[in-house]
Design a protein around this ligand. Structure first.
Ligand code: ADP
Ligand code: MG
Length: 566
Protein backbone atom coordinates (compact mmCIF):
# COMPACT_ATOMS: atom_id res chain seq x y z
CA UNK A 1 0.00 0.00 0.00
CA UNK A 2 2.85 2.40 0.80
CA UNK A 3 4.96 2.07 -2.31
CA UNK A 4 6.76 5.41 -2.21
CA UNK A 5 7.06 8.58 -0.11
CA UNK A 6 4.20 10.26 -1.97
CA UNK A 7 1.83 7.52 -0.81
CA UNK A 8 2.81 7.94 2.84
CA UNK A 9 2.54 11.71 2.56
CA UNK A 10 -0.92 11.44 1.04
CA UNK A 11 -2.15 9.30 3.93
CA UNK A 12 -0.68 11.60 6.58
CA UNK A 13 -2.15 14.73 4.99
CA UNK A 14 -5.53 13.05 4.59
CA UNK A 15 -5.47 12.27 8.29
CA UNK A 16 -4.67 15.90 9.06
CA UNK A 17 -7.55 17.07 6.87
CA UNK A 18 -9.89 14.53 8.48
CA UNK A 19 -8.84 15.96 11.87
CA UNK A 20 -10.14 19.38 10.82
CA UNK A 21 -6.73 21.03 10.50
CA UNK A 22 -6.68 24.69 9.40
CA UNK A 23 -2.96 24.61 8.72
CA UNK A 24 -0.74 21.77 7.52
CA UNK A 25 3.04 22.06 7.22
CA UNK A 26 4.98 19.39 5.36
CA UNK A 27 8.76 19.00 5.43
CA UNK A 28 10.57 16.45 3.27
CA UNK A 29 14.18 15.37 3.28
CA UNK A 30 15.83 13.37 0.53
CA UNK A 31 12.66 13.13 -1.53
CA UNK A 32 10.78 11.93 1.57
CA UNK A 33 12.82 8.72 1.71
CA UNK A 34 14.93 10.09 4.56
CA UNK A 35 12.16 11.98 6.32
CA UNK A 36 8.54 13.07 5.91
CA UNK A 37 7.10 15.32 8.57
CA UNK A 38 3.48 16.48 8.65
CA UNK A 39 2.36 18.90 11.33
CA UNK A 40 -1.29 19.84 11.71
CA UNK A 41 -3.40 21.88 14.11
CA UNK A 42 -6.35 19.49 14.02
CA UNK A 43 -8.25 17.93 16.91
CA UNK A 44 -5.40 15.61 17.82
CA UNK A 45 -5.44 12.07 19.20
CA UNK A 46 -6.15 11.45 22.90
CA UNK A 47 -3.28 9.72 24.72
CA UNK A 48 -5.41 6.65 25.34
CA UNK A 49 -6.16 6.37 21.63
CA UNK A 50 -2.58 6.68 20.34
CA UNK A 51 -1.80 2.93 20.62
CA UNK A 52 -5.05 2.21 18.77
CA UNK A 53 -4.22 4.63 15.97
CA UNK A 54 -1.22 2.56 14.93
CA UNK A 55 -3.08 -0.76 15.14
CA UNK A 56 -4.31 -2.41 11.99
CA UNK A 57 -7.97 -1.81 11.20
CA UNK A 58 -8.37 0.62 14.06
CA UNK A 59 -10.12 3.75 12.94
CA UNK A 60 -12.02 6.45 14.75
CA UNK A 61 -13.92 7.11 11.57
CA UNK A 62 -17.22 5.51 10.69
CA UNK A 63 -16.28 2.25 9.08
CA UNK A 64 -19.58 1.03 7.74
CA UNK A 65 -18.30 -0.60 4.59
CA UNK A 66 -21.73 -0.84 3.06
CA UNK A 67 -22.05 2.91 3.28
CA UNK A 68 -19.98 4.86 0.84
CA UNK A 69 -17.88 7.24 2.83
CA UNK A 70 -17.75 10.88 1.95
CA UNK A 71 -17.30 12.69 5.22
CA UNK A 72 -13.69 11.64 5.78
CA UNK A 73 -10.85 10.78 3.46
CA UNK A 74 -9.69 7.78 5.50
CA UNK A 75 -11.89 5.00 6.81
CA UNK A 76 -9.97 1.74 6.75
CA UNK A 77 -7.52 2.24 9.58
CA UNK A 78 -4.68 0.86 7.49
CA UNK A 79 -2.41 3.76 6.76
CA UNK A 80 -0.54 4.30 10.03
CA UNK A 81 0.15 0.59 10.65
CA UNK A 82 1.38 0.21 7.06
CA UNK A 83 3.71 3.17 7.45
CA UNK A 84 4.85 1.84 10.82
CA UNK A 85 5.65 -1.51 9.22
CA UNK A 86 7.65 -0.01 6.36
CA UNK A 87 9.51 2.79 8.15
CA UNK A 88 10.24 4.44 11.51
CA UNK A 89 7.03 6.24 12.47
CA UNK A 90 6.82 8.74 15.28
CA UNK A 91 3.41 10.14 16.20
CA UNK A 92 3.17 13.03 18.63
CA UNK A 93 -0.29 14.32 19.39
CA UNK A 94 -2.14 16.45 21.86
CA UNK A 95 -5.90 16.30 21.84
CA UNK A 96 -8.15 19.20 22.72
CA UNK A 97 -8.43 19.53 26.51
CA UNK A 98 -5.33 17.43 27.35
CA UNK A 99 -2.55 19.20 29.22
CA UNK A 100 0.31 17.39 27.58
CA UNK A 101 1.17 15.79 24.28
CA UNK A 102 2.07 12.11 24.00
CA UNK A 103 4.38 10.24 21.72
CA UNK A 104 4.27 6.76 20.29
CA UNK A 105 6.79 5.12 17.96
CA UNK A 106 6.50 2.22 15.54
CA UNK A 107 9.62 0.86 13.83
CA UNK A 108 9.33 -2.03 11.43
CA UNK A 109 6.03 -2.96 13.04
CA UNK A 110 7.29 -2.84 16.66
CA UNK A 111 5.28 -0.45 18.83
CA UNK A 112 7.08 1.41 21.65
CA UNK A 113 5.30 2.34 24.90
CA UNK A 114 3.45 5.63 25.11
CA UNK A 115 5.43 8.56 26.56
CA UNK A 116 4.38 12.09 27.50
CA UNK A 117 6.22 14.91 25.74
CA UNK A 118 5.93 18.58 24.82
CA UNK A 119 3.72 19.57 21.93
CA UNK A 120 1.00 21.98 20.84
CA UNK A 121 -2.55 20.94 20.08
CA UNK A 122 -2.66 18.85 16.95
CA UNK A 123 -0.54 16.09 15.54
CA UNK A 124 3.02 15.74 14.30
CA UNK A 125 3.74 12.64 12.28
CA UNK A 126 7.34 11.90 11.34
CA UNK A 127 8.30 9.08 8.99
CA UNK A 128 12.02 8.26 8.72
CA UNK A 129 14.02 5.86 6.58
CA UNK A 130 11.29 4.47 4.39
CA UNK A 131 11.89 0.75 3.68
CA UNK A 132 14.89 0.67 6.07
CA UNK A 133 14.03 -2.93 6.93
CA UNK A 134 13.24 -4.01 3.36
CA UNK A 135 16.18 -3.09 1.12
CA UNK A 136 14.55 -4.94 -1.78
CA UNK A 137 11.69 -2.46 -1.83
CA UNK A 138 13.99 0.45 -1.28
CA UNK A 139 15.72 -0.41 -4.55
CA UNK A 140 12.52 0.43 -6.44
CA UNK A 141 12.50 4.02 -5.24
CA UNK A 142 13.57 6.61 -7.77
CA UNK A 143 16.03 9.42 -7.36
CA UNK A 144 15.05 11.66 -4.40
CA UNK A 145 14.30 14.49 -6.83
CA UNK A 146 11.74 12.33 -8.62
CA UNK A 147 10.23 11.10 -5.36
CA UNK A 148 9.94 14.72 -4.22
CA UNK A 149 8.10 15.57 -7.43
CA UNK A 150 5.62 12.77 -6.85
CA UNK A 151 5.12 13.89 -3.28
CA UNK A 152 4.56 17.47 -4.34
CA UNK A 153 2.04 16.37 -6.98
CA UNK A 154 0.13 14.35 -4.36
CA UNK A 155 0.08 17.32 -2.00
CA UNK A 156 -1.09 19.65 -4.77
CA UNK A 157 -4.02 17.36 -5.54
CA UNK A 158 -5.06 17.42 -1.89
CA UNK A 159 -4.53 21.19 -1.72
CA UNK A 160 -6.94 21.65 -4.62
CA UNK A 161 -9.59 19.68 -2.77
CA UNK A 162 -9.12 21.65 0.47
CA UNK A 163 -8.69 25.33 -0.43
CA UNK A 164 -9.74 26.51 3.03
CA UNK A 165 -6.70 24.87 4.64
CA UNK A 166 -3.31 26.61 4.60
CA UNK A 167 -0.67 24.24 3.23
CA UNK A 168 3.10 24.60 3.09
CA UNK A 169 5.75 22.29 1.66
CA UNK A 170 9.50 22.35 2.13
CA UNK A 171 11.99 19.96 0.56
CA UNK A 172 15.64 19.88 1.68
CA UNK A 173 15.31 23.42 3.00
CA UNK A 174 13.61 24.79 -0.10
CA UNK A 175 10.06 26.09 0.12
CA UNK A 176 8.01 24.57 -2.70
CA UNK A 177 4.50 25.59 -1.70
CA UNK A 178 3.10 28.19 0.65
CA UNK A 179 -0.65 28.39 0.25
CA UNK A 180 -2.78 30.47 2.61
CA UNK A 181 -6.38 29.53 3.36
CA UNK A 182 -8.16 30.61 0.19
CA UNK A 183 -11.36 30.55 -1.79
CA UNK A 184 -11.60 27.79 -4.36
CA UNK A 185 -10.94 30.20 -7.23
CA UNK A 186 -7.88 31.62 -5.50
CA UNK A 187 -6.54 28.15 -4.74
CA UNK A 188 -6.99 27.05 -8.35
CA UNK A 189 -5.17 30.18 -9.53
CA UNK A 190 -2.39 29.71 -6.99
CA UNK A 191 -1.85 26.07 -7.93
CA UNK A 192 -1.95 26.61 -11.66
CA UNK A 193 0.25 29.70 -11.69
CA UNK A 194 -0.16 33.17 -13.15
CA UNK A 195 0.00 32.06 -16.76
CA UNK A 196 -2.99 29.78 -16.29
CA UNK A 197 -4.84 32.07 -13.94
CA UNK A 198 -5.43 34.56 -16.73
CA UNK A 199 -6.98 31.94 -18.99
CA UNK A 200 -9.53 30.07 -16.91
CA UNK A 201 -13.18 29.89 -17.86
CA UNK A 202 -15.75 29.25 -15.13
CA UNK A 203 -17.63 25.95 -15.35
CA UNK A 204 -20.95 25.33 -13.68
CA UNK A 205 -23.56 22.72 -14.54
CA UNK A 206 -26.12 20.50 -12.88
CA UNK A 207 -27.81 17.34 -13.96
CA UNK A 208 -30.21 15.63 -11.63
CA UNK A 209 -28.50 15.38 -8.27
CA UNK A 210 -25.04 15.91 -9.76
CA UNK A 211 -23.28 19.24 -9.75
CA UNK A 212 -20.10 20.18 -11.58
CA UNK A 213 -18.20 23.38 -10.81
CA UNK A 214 -14.71 24.66 -11.37
CA UNK A 215 -12.58 26.08 -14.12
CA UNK A 216 -11.66 25.11 -17.64
CA UNK A 217 -8.39 26.34 -19.08
CA UNK A 218 -8.85 28.17 -22.35
CA UNK A 219 -7.58 26.19 -25.33
CA UNK A 220 -4.53 28.45 -25.13
CA UNK A 221 -3.35 26.75 -22.07
CA UNK A 222 -2.26 23.30 -23.10
CA UNK A 223 0.34 21.07 -21.51
CA UNK A 224 2.33 18.11 -22.70
CA UNK A 225 0.70 15.80 -20.15
CA UNK A 226 -2.50 15.53 -18.17
CA UNK A 227 -0.85 16.22 -14.79
CA UNK A 228 -2.31 19.73 -14.64
CA UNK A 229 -5.82 18.28 -14.58
CA UNK A 230 -7.27 18.53 -11.11
CA UNK A 231 -10.33 16.38 -10.58
CA UNK A 232 -12.11 16.36 -7.25
CA UNK A 233 -15.14 14.19 -6.56
CA UNK A 234 -17.06 14.75 -3.33
CA UNK A 235 -14.04 16.50 -1.88
CA UNK A 236 -11.66 13.68 -2.78
CA UNK A 237 -8.90 14.18 -5.37
CA UNK A 238 -9.18 11.47 -7.99
CA UNK A 239 -7.44 10.16 -11.07
CA UNK A 240 -10.42 8.74 -12.85
CA UNK A 241 -10.47 7.38 -16.40
CA UNK A 242 -14.13 8.30 -17.00
CA UNK A 243 -13.52 11.93 -16.07
CA UNK A 244 -10.20 12.07 -17.91
CA UNK A 245 -11.81 10.75 -21.08
CA UNK A 246 -14.68 13.23 -20.83
CA UNK A 247 -12.22 16.12 -20.56
CA UNK A 248 -10.34 14.83 -23.59
CA UNK A 249 -13.50 14.59 -25.67
CA UNK A 250 -14.69 18.06 -24.67
CA UNK A 251 -11.44 19.66 -25.82
CA UNK A 252 -10.81 17.45 -28.81
CA UNK A 253 -11.67 19.96 -31.45
CA UNK A 254 -10.21 23.06 -29.87
CA UNK A 255 -6.71 21.92 -29.03
CA UNK A 256 -3.99 20.35 -31.09
CA UNK A 257 -3.64 16.56 -30.96
CA UNK A 258 -1.18 15.34 -28.35
CA UNK A 259 -1.70 18.37 -26.10
CA UNK A 260 -3.63 18.26 -22.82
CA UNK A 261 -5.94 20.91 -21.42
CA UNK A 262 -5.70 22.37 -17.94
CA UNK A 263 -8.82 21.94 -15.81
CA UNK A 264 -9.85 22.09 -12.17
CA UNK A 265 -13.19 20.36 -11.81
CA UNK A 266 -15.21 19.64 -8.72
CA UNK A 267 -17.96 17.07 -9.05
CA UNK A 268 -20.46 16.51 -6.29
CA UNK A 269 -22.96 13.71 -6.41
CA UNK A 270 -24.94 11.64 -3.93
CA UNK A 271 -22.56 9.24 -2.16
CA UNK A 272 -24.66 6.22 -3.06
CA UNK A 273 -24.06 6.85 -6.76
CA UNK A 274 -20.38 6.05 -6.51
CA UNK A 275 -18.12 3.50 -4.93
CA UNK A 276 -14.80 4.78 -3.59
CA UNK A 277 -13.73 1.36 -2.38
CA UNK A 278 -12.61 0.20 -5.79
CA UNK A 279 -8.98 1.21 -5.40
CA UNK A 280 -7.02 0.81 -2.17
CA UNK A 281 -5.50 4.26 -2.63
CA UNK A 282 -9.05 5.51 -3.17
CA UNK A 283 -8.12 7.67 -6.13
CA UNK A 284 -10.23 5.68 -8.55
CA UNK A 285 -13.98 5.57 -8.47
CA UNK A 286 -16.76 3.57 -9.92
CA UNK A 287 -19.69 5.64 -11.04
CA UNK A 288 -23.05 3.95 -11.07
CA UNK A 289 -24.00 5.92 -14.17
CA UNK A 290 -20.76 6.77 -15.97
CA UNK A 291 -22.65 7.92 -19.07
CA UNK A 292 -24.48 10.60 -17.09
CA UNK A 293 -21.23 11.81 -15.52
CA UNK A 294 -19.57 11.86 -18.90
CA UNK A 295 -22.46 13.81 -20.42
CA UNK A 296 -22.41 16.36 -17.63
CA UNK A 297 -18.66 16.96 -17.88
CA UNK A 298 -18.54 17.15 -21.68
CA UNK A 299 -21.60 19.41 -21.85
CA UNK A 300 -20.35 21.77 -19.14
CA UNK A 301 -16.86 22.06 -20.64
CA UNK A 302 -18.17 22.60 -24.14
CA UNK A 303 -20.50 25.32 -22.90
CA UNK A 304 -17.60 27.04 -21.15
CA UNK A 305 -15.39 26.76 -24.23
CA UNK A 306 -18.09 27.98 -26.59
CA UNK A 307 -18.09 31.42 -25.00
CA UNK A 308 -17.72 33.86 -27.89
CA UNK A 309 -14.33 35.44 -28.42
CA UNK A 310 -13.67 38.52 -26.33
CA UNK A 311 -16.24 37.58 -23.72
CA UNK A 312 -13.71 35.29 -22.11
CA UNK A 313 -11.31 34.43 -20.64
CA UNK A 314 -11.82 36.57 -17.60
CA UNK A 315 -8.59 36.85 -15.70
CA UNK A 316 -8.79 35.39 -12.23
CA UNK A 317 -5.50 36.53 -10.90
CA UNK A 318 -2.51 38.05 -12.54
CA UNK A 319 -3.34 38.91 -16.11
CA UNK A 320 -0.68 39.09 -18.74
CA UNK A 321 -1.24 38.53 -22.39
CA UNK A 322 -4.20 36.28 -22.82
CA UNK A 323 -2.95 33.90 -25.38
CA UNK A 324 -5.96 31.89 -26.42
CA UNK A 325 -3.96 28.96 -27.73
CA UNK A 326 -0.28 29.62 -27.32
CA UNK A 327 1.50 26.78 -25.62
CA UNK A 328 3.43 27.62 -22.50
CA UNK A 329 6.55 28.61 -24.36
CA UNK A 330 9.60 29.58 -22.38
CA UNK A 331 9.61 33.33 -22.79
CA UNK A 332 12.34 35.83 -22.37
CA UNK A 333 11.84 39.48 -21.72
CA UNK A 334 8.63 41.31 -21.34
CA UNK A 335 7.87 42.03 -24.93
CA UNK A 336 8.46 38.49 -26.07
CA UNK A 337 5.95 37.34 -23.53
CA UNK A 338 3.00 38.42 -25.57
CA UNK A 339 4.34 38.60 -29.02
CA UNK A 340 5.36 35.00 -29.42
CA UNK A 341 2.61 33.41 -31.45
CA UNK A 342 3.14 29.88 -32.44
CA UNK A 343 2.15 28.65 -35.84
CA UNK A 344 0.34 31.42 -37.62
CA UNK A 345 -2.07 30.87 -40.47
CA UNK A 346 -1.74 27.32 -41.69
CA UNK A 347 -0.91 28.09 -45.27
CA UNK A 348 -0.09 31.62 -44.29
CA UNK A 349 3.52 31.34 -43.31
CA UNK A 350 5.01 31.26 -46.77
CA UNK A 351 2.84 34.08 -47.96
CA UNK A 352 3.41 36.25 -44.95
CA UNK A 353 7.14 35.85 -45.40
CA UNK A 354 7.05 37.70 -48.72
CA UNK A 355 9.68 40.41 -48.91
CA UNK A 356 8.36 43.38 -46.97
CA UNK A 357 8.95 45.64 -49.95
CA UNK A 358 6.16 43.86 -51.78
CA UNK A 359 3.61 45.24 -49.35
CA UNK A 360 3.79 47.97 -46.78
CA UNK A 361 4.41 46.44 -43.34
CA UNK A 362 1.30 48.10 -41.98
CA UNK A 363 -1.65 49.91 -43.48
CA UNK A 364 -3.68 52.17 -41.25
CA UNK A 365 -7.43 52.26 -41.61
CA UNK A 366 -9.64 55.29 -40.92
CA UNK A 367 -10.13 55.45 -37.16
CA UNK A 368 -13.50 54.33 -35.87
CA UNK A 369 -14.60 54.83 -32.28
CA UNK A 370 -14.55 51.49 -30.45
CA UNK A 371 -17.88 50.57 -28.90
CA UNK A 372 -18.01 49.04 -25.41
CA UNK A 373 -20.29 46.38 -26.92
CA UNK A 374 -17.36 45.11 -29.01
CA UNK A 375 -14.72 43.41 -26.84
CA UNK A 376 -12.46 42.83 -29.84
CA UNK A 377 -12.51 46.54 -30.63
CA UNK A 378 -12.36 48.63 -33.80
CA UNK A 379 -9.69 47.88 -36.43
CA UNK A 380 -6.75 50.30 -36.55
CA UNK A 381 -4.45 48.69 -39.06
CA UNK A 382 -3.58 45.60 -41.03
CA UNK A 383 0.02 44.45 -40.52
CA UNK A 384 1.95 42.38 -43.10
CA UNK A 385 -1.42 41.81 -44.82
CA UNK A 386 -1.89 39.05 -42.26
CA UNK A 387 -2.72 40.50 -38.84
CA UNK A 388 -5.33 43.00 -37.78
CA UNK A 389 -4.59 45.41 -34.95
CA UNK A 390 -7.70 46.64 -33.13
CA UNK A 391 -8.37 48.88 -30.15
CA UNK A 392 -11.16 48.12 -27.67
CA UNK A 393 -13.18 50.73 -25.82
CA UNK A 394 -11.43 49.89 -22.54
CA UNK A 395 -8.02 50.53 -24.07
CA UNK A 396 -7.12 46.87 -24.72
CA UNK A 397 -5.05 46.18 -27.82
CA UNK A 398 -6.13 43.20 -29.90
CA UNK A 399 -4.04 41.41 -32.52
CA UNK A 400 -5.94 39.04 -34.82
CA UNK A 401 -4.58 36.37 -37.17
CA UNK A 402 -6.98 36.90 -40.05
CA UNK A 403 -6.62 33.45 -41.58
CA UNK A 404 -6.92 31.55 -38.30
CA UNK A 405 -9.93 33.64 -37.30
CA UNK A 406 -11.72 33.31 -40.59
CA UNK A 407 -11.07 29.60 -40.70
CA UNK A 408 -12.90 29.19 -37.39
CA UNK A 409 -15.82 31.35 -38.59
CA UNK A 410 -16.15 29.28 -41.74
CA UNK A 411 -15.93 26.04 -39.76
CA UNK A 412 -18.67 27.15 -37.37
CA UNK A 413 -20.87 28.34 -40.26
CA UNK A 414 -20.51 24.96 -42.00
CA UNK A 415 -21.23 23.13 -38.77
CA UNK A 416 -24.35 25.20 -38.07
CA UNK A 417 -25.66 24.56 -41.59
CA UNK A 418 -24.90 20.87 -41.33
CA UNK A 419 -26.83 20.55 -38.09
CA UNK A 420 -29.69 22.54 -39.57
CA UNK A 421 -30.18 19.90 -42.26
CA UNK A 422 -27.27 20.14 -44.66
CA UNK A 423 -24.52 22.44 -45.83
CA UNK A 424 -25.72 24.83 -48.51
CA UNK A 425 -24.17 23.98 -51.88
CA UNK A 426 -23.21 26.40 -54.63
CA UNK A 427 -23.47 24.71 -58.05
CA UNK A 428 -20.54 25.49 -60.35
CA UNK A 429 -21.41 27.20 -63.62
CA UNK A 430 -18.95 24.89 -65.32
CA UNK A 431 -18.44 21.60 -63.46
CA UNK A 432 -14.72 21.13 -62.75
CA UNK A 433 -12.80 17.98 -63.59
CA UNK A 434 -10.13 17.04 -61.06
CA UNK A 435 -7.54 14.35 -61.78
CA UNK A 436 -6.52 12.29 -58.79
CA UNK A 437 -4.66 9.05 -58.10
CA UNK A 438 -7.20 6.26 -58.68
CA UNK A 439 -7.31 5.20 -55.00
CA UNK A 440 -7.99 8.75 -53.84
CA UNK A 441 -10.73 9.23 -56.42
CA UNK A 442 -12.31 5.95 -55.33
CA UNK A 443 -12.09 6.92 -51.67
CA UNK A 444 -13.92 10.20 -52.34
CA UNK A 445 -16.54 8.65 -54.61
CA UNK A 446 -17.31 5.98 -52.01
CA UNK A 447 -18.44 8.80 -49.73
CA UNK A 448 -20.22 10.83 -52.42
CA UNK A 449 -23.62 10.62 -50.72
CA UNK A 450 -22.27 11.88 -47.39
CA UNK A 451 -20.19 14.57 -49.07
CA UNK A 452 -23.30 15.84 -50.84
CA UNK A 453 -24.76 16.67 -47.43
CA UNK A 454 -21.62 18.69 -46.81
CA UNK A 455 -22.34 20.76 -49.92
CA UNK A 456 -19.81 18.94 -52.07
CA UNK A 457 -21.36 17.23 -55.08
CA UNK A 458 -19.04 14.93 -57.00
CA UNK A 459 -19.37 12.09 -59.46
CA UNK A 460 -17.08 9.71 -61.27
CA UNK A 461 -15.55 10.98 -64.52
CA UNK A 462 -13.65 7.97 -65.74
CA UNK A 463 -10.56 6.36 -64.20
CA UNK A 464 -8.91 8.64 -61.65
CA UNK A 465 -11.03 11.66 -62.49
CA UNK A 466 -13.77 13.29 -60.45
CA UNK A 467 -16.36 15.74 -61.70
CA UNK A 468 -17.22 18.49 -59.20
CA UNK A 469 -20.75 19.83 -59.65
CA UNK A 470 -21.12 21.94 -56.51
CA UNK A 471 -19.05 23.25 -53.58
CA UNK A 472 -20.17 24.44 -50.13
CA UNK A 473 -21.44 28.00 -50.60
CA UNK A 474 -19.78 29.22 -47.39
CA UNK A 475 -16.36 28.59 -48.88
CA UNK A 476 -16.62 31.26 -51.57
CA UNK A 477 -14.90 29.98 -54.70
CA UNK A 478 -12.02 27.76 -53.65
CA UNK A 479 -9.87 25.87 -56.12
CA UNK A 480 -11.54 22.41 -56.15
CA UNK A 481 -8.36 20.40 -56.90
CA UNK A 482 -6.40 21.01 -53.66
CA UNK A 483 -9.66 20.80 -51.73
CA UNK A 484 -10.42 17.32 -53.07
CA UNK A 485 -6.84 16.13 -52.51
CA UNK A 486 -6.98 17.35 -48.93
CA UNK A 487 -10.32 15.68 -48.34
CA UNK A 488 -9.02 12.41 -49.76
CA UNK A 489 -6.13 12.67 -47.28
CA UNK A 490 -8.54 13.35 -44.45
CA UNK A 491 -10.66 10.33 -45.38
CA UNK A 492 -7.53 8.18 -45.57
CA UNK A 493 -6.54 9.33 -42.09
CA UNK A 494 -9.95 8.61 -40.69
CA UNK A 495 -9.74 5.08 -42.03
CA UNK A 496 -12.06 3.18 -44.32
CA UNK A 497 -13.90 1.50 -41.50
CA UNK A 498 -14.85 4.77 -39.90
CA UNK A 499 -18.13 6.06 -41.21
CA UNK A 500 -17.84 9.60 -42.46
CA UNK A 501 -20.77 10.60 -40.27
CA UNK A 502 -18.73 9.90 -37.18
CA UNK A 503 -16.02 12.27 -38.25
CA UNK A 504 -18.05 14.99 -39.95
CA UNK A 505 -16.42 17.63 -37.85
CA UNK A 506 -12.90 16.77 -38.98
CA UNK A 507 -14.06 16.96 -42.59
CA UNK A 508 -15.79 20.30 -42.00
CA UNK A 509 -12.54 21.61 -40.51
CA UNK A 510 -10.67 20.57 -43.67
CA UNK A 511 -13.26 22.27 -45.83
CA UNK A 512 -13.10 25.44 -43.74
CA UNK A 513 -9.39 25.62 -44.29
CA UNK A 514 -10.01 26.00 -48.03
CA UNK A 515 -12.65 28.65 -47.86
CA UNK A 516 -10.88 31.08 -45.59
CA UNK A 517 -9.19 34.39 -46.09
CA UNK A 518 -5.53 33.72 -46.59
CA UNK A 519 -2.73 35.36 -44.76
CA UNK A 520 -1.31 37.86 -47.19
CA UNK A 521 -4.66 39.10 -48.44
CA UNK A 522 -5.22 42.81 -48.11
CA UNK A 523 -8.47 43.58 -46.29
CA UNK A 524 -10.63 46.67 -46.48
CA UNK A 525 -11.58 48.40 -43.23
CA UNK A 526 -15.13 47.08 -43.54
CA UNK A 527 -13.91 43.51 -43.99
CA UNK A 528 -11.73 43.75 -40.90
CA UNK A 529 -14.59 45.14 -38.86
CA UNK A 530 -16.94 42.41 -40.11
CA UNK A 531 -14.39 39.74 -39.18
CA UNK A 532 -14.05 41.07 -35.62
CA UNK A 533 -17.81 41.35 -35.15
CA UNK A 534 -18.36 37.81 -36.40
CA UNK A 535 -15.68 36.52 -34.04
CA UNK A 536 -17.52 38.09 -31.14
CA UNK A 537 -20.69 36.32 -32.15
CA UNK A 538 -19.20 32.91 -32.90
CA UNK A 539 -18.66 30.07 -30.44
CA UNK A 540 -15.12 28.74 -30.02
CA UNK A 541 -13.74 31.75 -31.92
CA UNK A 542 -10.67 32.12 -29.72
CA UNK A 543 -8.91 29.30 -31.53
CA UNK A 544 -8.80 28.10 -35.11
CA UNK A 545 -9.89 24.57 -36.02
CA UNK A 546 -6.34 23.37 -35.36
CA UNK A 547 -6.33 24.74 -31.84
CA UNK A 548 -4.10 27.73 -32.56
CA UNK A 549 -5.02 31.15 -31.23
CA UNK A 550 -6.99 33.49 -33.48
CA UNK A 551 -6.27 36.59 -31.44
CA UNK A 552 -4.15 37.99 -28.64
CA UNK A 553 -5.39 40.60 -26.24
CA UNK A 554 -3.30 43.07 -24.23
CA UNK A 555 -5.39 44.85 -21.64
CA UNK A 556 -4.62 48.25 -20.25
CA UNK A 557 -3.49 46.59 -17.03
CA UNK A 558 -1.19 44.29 -19.02
CA UNK A 559 0.35 47.26 -20.80
CA UNK A 560 0.87 49.11 -17.55
CA UNK A 561 2.49 46.07 -16.03
CA UNK A 562 4.79 45.59 -19.01
CA UNK A 563 5.94 49.20 -18.69
CA UNK A 564 6.44 48.82 -14.97
CA UNK A 565 3.74 51.35 -14.16
CA UNK A 566 2.19 48.92 -11.69
P1 ADP B 1 -7.99 5.96 8.87
O1 ADP B 1 -7.60 7.34 8.45
O2 ADP B 1 -8.47 5.13 7.74
O3 ADP B 1 -8.94 5.96 10.04
P2 ADP B 1 -5.25 5.73 9.69
O4 ADP B 1 -4.39 4.56 9.92
O5 ADP B 1 -4.82 6.71 8.66
O6 ADP B 1 -6.69 5.19 9.38
O7 ADP B 1 -5.42 6.49 11.07
C1 ADP B 1 -5.91 5.78 12.20
C2 ADP B 1 -6.59 6.71 13.16
O8 ADP B 1 -5.64 7.57 13.76
C3 ADP B 1 -7.62 7.63 12.56
O9 ADP B 1 -8.87 7.01 12.47
C4 ADP B 1 -7.62 8.79 13.54
O10 ADP B 1 -8.47 8.52 14.63
C5 ADP B 1 -6.22 8.82 14.06
N1 ADP B 1 -5.37 9.84 13.41
C6 ADP B 1 -4.38 9.62 12.53
N2 ADP B 1 -3.79 10.78 12.16
C7 ADP B 1 -4.43 11.76 12.81
C8 ADP B 1 -4.28 13.20 12.86
N3 ADP B 1 -3.36 13.84 12.12
N4 ADP B 1 -5.09 13.90 13.70
C9 ADP B 1 -6.03 13.25 14.42
N5 ADP B 1 -6.23 11.91 14.41
C10 ADP B 1 -5.43 11.17 13.63
MG1 MG C 1 -6.00 7.78 7.25
Amino acid sequence: MIERPAAALKELVENALDAGARRIAVVLEGGGIARIEVVDDGHGIAAADLPLAVQRHATSKLADETLVRIATLGFRGEALPSIGAAARLQLISRAEGEDSAHEIRVEGGLVSPLAPCAGARGTRAVVRDLFFATPARRKFLKHPRTEAEHAEAALRRLALAAPGVAIALEHDGRRLLDLPAQSRAERVAALLGPEAAGALLPVLAERGAMRLAGFAGSPALTRASAVAQGLVVNGRPVVDPVLRAAVRVAYREVIAPGRHPVVALFLDLPPESLDVNVHPAKSELRFQDPAAVRGLVIGALRAALAAPAGAAPRPLGIGGWHRPAARPAPVQGLVAQGLVVQGGGMQGLAESQLPLAAAPAARLVPAATPSPAHPLGAPLAQVLDTYIIALAADGALVLVDQHAAHERLTHEALRAQFHAGGVRAQPLLLPAVVDLPATEAARLLAQAASLARLGLEIESFGAGAVLVRALPAALGAPDPAPLLRDLADELAELGEAMALEARINAVLARLACHGSIRAGRRLAAGEMDALLRQMEATPRAATCSHGRPTFLKLSRADIERLFGRR
